[in-house]
Structures are given as structure tokens and as C-alpha cells.
Ligand binder design. Structure first.
Ligand SMILES: Cc1cc2nc3c(=O)[nH]c(=O)nc-3n(C[C@H](O)[C@H](O)[C@H](O)COP(=O)(O)OP(=O)(O)OC[C@H]3O[C@@H](n4cnc5c(N)ncnc54)[C@H](O)[C@@H]3O)c2cc1C
Length: 337
């Protein structure tokens, strides 16, 4: 049997790694030469969980971050963790690392060639907003940064966007971006304001104006396969809408796609395993709230977190997927105090 994988991002390269490791002839086809740039904050949330699932990632050269500041409106809170919240990478390096793992395992890479395999995995990323029930747009850039820049900064609802602005320090760089649910006007001028805001608050000085734009799915597609073709990663819409995190779900779905082919399971098995494995993270629940309710709840949550250590810890651990806590319960208590 020969398998063709379209797209050599984290989803495609992970699928290729597991297929080739199982001795299956695997071709990985991309439209771009590698190493290639990719617009992304590049954070592996809760890296220790990644290392459990994909131990080889521990050797990849990234930056560990333990501290995060969350802001909304007038309020902010700072949280420092004993375990790493996130390991960050320039995506060009991370994707090249994952691709090389697949090539070393025996997969072959081709640029712009028709697929020849009997089975196909489509891991070509997010292409059109209309493919997903909800989608967003991100503007971001990797700016050069000092090595001692070590705090993740998250600013919810910056200038009224349903989303957040961020600063993610990396080795030698910091990714500065904003992401918002579509439709959203004036993203470019909101992004410039965010750069100015970070500078005026002495959080990060970009020094110049640059960005690239990228679509981001905020809800999975109704089905995770098209006939026998398995859709993995962003192609299927596997992004956590509350944070925009997608690399973990891309890798998990790539591994599940490989497993379903190795074990000769039908596409429905793959779909079921994805839903069972990480479906709970992908529900865009908050996006159905009205803007005033969403913004009011977030601002109140940050205010509570600035006074309540346990709430802050729970909030940060939920964000970085270090744990799953019932925030609503503790939040409700504060409404009456
Ligand atoms: C600004 C921004 C910041 C983000 N930050 C984070 C973060 O910090 N942490 C996190 O976990 N997630 C983050 N994400 C989400 C994350 O980038 C994606 O979820 C992840 O890249 C999905 O991986 P993938 O392999 O599915 O797709 P991709 O990484 O998009 O890879 C798809 C590949 O397919 C190739 N391709 C496209 N079309 C074709 C074709 N027709 N034939 C063959 N190949 C094709 C592309 O060239 C590309 O190499 C962010 C997203 C954005 C936009």
C-alpha cells in the first residue's frame, strides 16, 4: 500500500512519521519548498503533555515560558507556573524539525506533484472561511527580541475584537499578533494600535511595522473525511476557539489518521476517535454569546483573578491546557461577593 499526504505542516508530517515508522510507503506532498515561513505564534501549550504524546519534541530547540499576563479592559493579572506553560518556536524551524522526523522515518517529500497513493490524507491547512461554521483572521509577525523577554502577554477584546492580542516570546524573537472572529473590520489599524499599545505600556517594542495575514478555523467541519480521504489538522478545523491553539490537535489528528490506515479502519473510525480524543476542546461555545456578555464576563474574570490566587491559577491552567477546572463555579461565587 502507498499513502499520499497532502501538506507537510504539523498534521501531515506527524501522519507521515507514524506511517513511515510502521513501514508503509508514504509520500508527503507540499506546494512549498522547505524550510518555509508560516504565520504563527508557534506555542506548544503545556509542553509536558506534548512530550508524553510525541517524546521526540523534547529535543526540538525552543523556548520555555513560565509566566503569563492576561488583560481585559482596565484589569490584568500575572501568573507564574512551576511547570512550563508553553514552549515556543519559530514555525519555520518547528515544521522543518517535524518534517525531518518523517523523512528520517522513511517518508519521501515531493513539491507540487499529483498524489499517487491509494489512500489520501488531506492536511493542507485552512484555505477558505466558508469551509468552517466559524472562522477568524489573524495578523501576526515575528519581531527580533532580547533573550530575556520571557512573559506571554494576552490582551482580550483589544479595541472590541472578539478575540485577543498577544505577545509570545521565542528564541531571538517575539510573535506579536491579533486574532478575531470574522466578520471583523479594520484589523490592520487595530494591529497597528496594538503595536503602539505594547510599546506605550513597555511590554514590547516592535520597532517597525510588519504583519502577515492568516485565516484560522474556529469550529470544526461537520465531517472529518471526504469519502475515504481523511482531513487532518486545520483542514478539518481542529483549532481550540478559546485560544487559537491548533498544533497539538493537528499532530493528534495526524497520528490518528496514520493509525486508522495502519489498522485498516474506516474513515468513520477516524472521525469518532478525533471527536472522542479532543472534540471537547473545539466547541465554540463563547462565540454564541453577545459581545457585551462576552466582554463583561472576561473583564470580570480578569478582575477576579487579580484578587483570587486560585481562580487565577485555574484560569491560566485552562488557557494553557495544563488542567481543566470548573471556572464557572468559582466565578459565580464572586458575583455575589
Ligand atoms: C497567527 C496564528 C497564530 C497561531 N498560534 C498558534 C500557537 O501559538 N499554538 C498553536 O498550537 N497553534 C497556533 N495557531 C494555529 C496553528 O498555526 C495551526 O493550527 C497549525 O499550523 C495547523 O497545522 P496543519 O498541519 O493542519 O496546517 P498548516 O500548518 O497550515 O500546514 C499546511 C501545509 O499544507 C501545505 N499546502 C497547502 N495547500 C496545499 C496543496 N494544495 N497541496 C499540498 N500542500 C498544500 C502548506 O504549504 C502547508 O505546508 C496559530 C495560527 C495562526 C494563524
Amino acid at each position: 500500500m502507498k499513502v499520499s499526504i497532502l501538506g507537510a505542516g504539523p498534521a501531515g508530517s506527524t501522519a507521515a512519521f507514524f506511517l513511515a515508522s510502521a513501514g508503509i510507503e508514504t509520500e508527503l506532498i507540499d506546494i512549498r519548498e522547505f524550510p518555509r515561513d508560516k504565520t504563527c505564534a508557534g506555542g506548544l501549550f503545556n509542553p509536558l503533555l506534548y512530550f508524553r504524546d510525541f517524546p521526540y519534541l523534547e529535543e526540538a530547540d525552543g523556548k520555555y515560558l513560565y509566566r503569563a499576563i492576561f488583560s481585559c479592559g482596565k484589569h490584568s493579572m500575572s501568573y507564574t507556573s512551576k511547570t512550563p506553560l508553553i514552549k515556543t518556536f519559530v514555525r519555520k524551524d518547528l515544521d522543518f524539525f517535524l518534517l525531518n522526523k518523517a523523512l528520517k522515518a522513511g517518508a519521501a517529500l515531493f513539491i507540487n506533484k499529483p498524489p499517487e497513493g491509494e489512500v489520501i490524507i488531506d492536511a493542507t491547512g485552512a484555505r477558505r472561511a466558508r469551509d468552517y461554521p466559524k472562522a477568524g483572521v489573524c495578523l501576526a509577525w515575528d519581531f527580533p527580541a532580547r533573550e530575556d523577554t520571557d512573559t506571554v502577554y494576552i490582551h482580550y477584546a483589544f479595541q472590541g475584537i472578539v478575540g485577543y492580542g498577544w505577545a509570545y516570546p521565542k528564541k531571538g524573537f517575539a510573535n506579536i499578533g491579533i486574532g478575531a472572529l470574522l466578520p471583523q473590520k479594520n484589523m490592520r489599524s487595530i494591529y497597528w494600535s496594538f503595536l503602539e499599545f505594547l510599546e506605550s505600556e513597555r511590554i514590547f517594542s516592535a520597532g517597525k511595522k510588519s504583519f502577515s495575514v492568516k485565516l484560522i478555523p474556529f469550529a470544526p467541519r461537520r465531517s472529518f473525511h471526504e469519502g475515504s480521504t481523511l482531513l487532518a489538522g486545520d483542514r478539518a478545523g481542529f483549532v481550540k476557539p478559546a485560544t487559537g491553539e491548533g498544533i497539538y490537535f493537528a499532530m493528534l489528528s495526524g497520528r490518528l489518521a496514520a493509525q486508522s490506515i495502519i489498522e485498516g479502519k474506516p474513515a468513520s473510525w477516524y472521525e469518532e476517535q478525533c471527536r472522542k480524543g479532543f472534540g471537547q476542546h473545539l466547541k465554540p461555545l463563547m462565540f454564541s454569546w453577545s459581545r457585551p456578555l462576552l466582554f463583561g464576563t472576561l473583564e470580570k474574570a480578569i478582575k477576579i483573578g487579580s484578587r483570587d490566587e486560585l481562580f487565577k491559577k485555574m484560569f491560566a491552567e485552562n488557557f494553557f491546557r495544563l488542567g481543566s477546572h470548573n471556572l464557572a463555579l468559582r466565578y459565580t461565587r464572586h458575583l455575589f461577593t
